[in-house]
Design a protein around this ligand. Structure first.
Ligand code: HEC
Length: 270
């Protein structure tokens, strides 16, 4: 009892010590508590029970008998006897009782672990941790490669950039856009029809900001601007590849606006 109480108290204390490496700390404390409760139990048996373990054994025996049936199935005639069909009143089989006890034990351990000691993060916290780790790594990559000028974006054509873009596309985009950009849930990226406009600037903006209401997330917290430029360049390199099972075109045909060239002929001679 005392050891249980101590176990609980230190559990509450631990919940307040929110160290960074909670997992290992919790494991250490748990092992410590277990050892401590064994020591306390030994002292309890020696000094309080005077070496007489009979009361403890009795509790264990009672628990054991509670879940283990004695003898075979017993037929107890019930009041109901329909055409010779009798209802049997057997004891619950031990495996069922063990399973039942196991679920209770699991529930207690689960609650202590996740809600009292918080030694393992809940899914929401785990997700937040992963997102912030990814964001941190993106910031570090961004510092290393510098920023790009979004107003003067150009589609990259060198093999290294396209390969880098392809790698990220294969990891992050194929579930919705298909292995070859043919389109699944997301639209076909290989035809000249675009919902949000083609060309490097539009495609860059779509990837960066996403279309959250349609299920395409914003990737700006995942990739650096340079990486988005590489992915967008790779997406544009898929134009006209005409993969099998291509999704029907969506949006409108995109025509690259011709760069505005100043008409100097008119000003000549004036
Ligand atoms: C969860 C599914 C999903 C994932 C993952 C996804 N997309 Fe999309 N994407 C969509 C949907 C849906 C649309 C269509 C949005 C609309 O209808 O407005 C879209 C639209 C686009 C468009 C605009 C197409 C157009 O016609 O204008 C581009 C470009 C694009 N995605 C690129 C990517 C890239 C690159 C990745 C990976 C980094 C990616 N998508 C990951 C679902 C997804």
């Amino acid at each position: 009892m005392i050891s249980l109480l101590l176990l609980f108290c230190s559990g509450v204390m631990m919940a307040q010590t929110q160290a960074a490496d909670r997992g290992t700390e919790a494991a250490l404390i748990f092992t410590g508590l277990l050892t401590a409760s064994f020591i306390i139990l030994t002292f309890f048996i020696i000094f309080v029970l005077d070496g007489d373990v009979e009361p403890i054994l009795r509790i264990i025996r009672t628990l054991y008998h509670a879940v283990t049936p004695k003898g075979g199935p017993t037929v107890i005639p019930q009041d109901e006897d329909f055409d010779g069909i009798k209802e049997l009143n057997n004891r619950v089989p031990p495996w069922f009782n063990y399973l039942f006890g196991g679920t209770i034990l699991f529930g207690v351990v689960y609650m202590l672990n996740y809600h009292v000691w918080q030694s393992s993060p809940l899914p929401r916290a785990e997700y937040a941790e992963e997102v912030s780790a990814a964001d941190l790594s993106r910031r570090i990559r961004m510092v290393a490669e510098g920023t790009i000028n979004e107003d003067e974006l150009v589609a990259l054509r060198d093999d290294a950039a396209l390969k880098a873009g392809q790698e990220r596309f294969l990891k992050n985009c194929v579930t919705c856009h298909g292995l070859h950009g043919e389109g699944i849930v997301g639209p076909n990226l290989t035809d000249p029809y675009w919902i949000h406009g083609g060309g490097i600037k539009n495609v860059y903006a779509t990837i960066k900001n996403g279309v959250p209401e349609k299920g395409m997330i914003s990737w700006k917290l995942v990739f650096t601007p340079k990486e988005i430029q590489q992915i967008a360049s790779f997406v544009l390199s898929l134009q006209g590849t005409n993969p099998p099972n291509g999704k029907r075109p969506e949006g409108s045909m995109y025509v690259e606006p011709t760069p505005q060239v100043k008409d100097i002929s008119k000003s000549v001679g004036r």
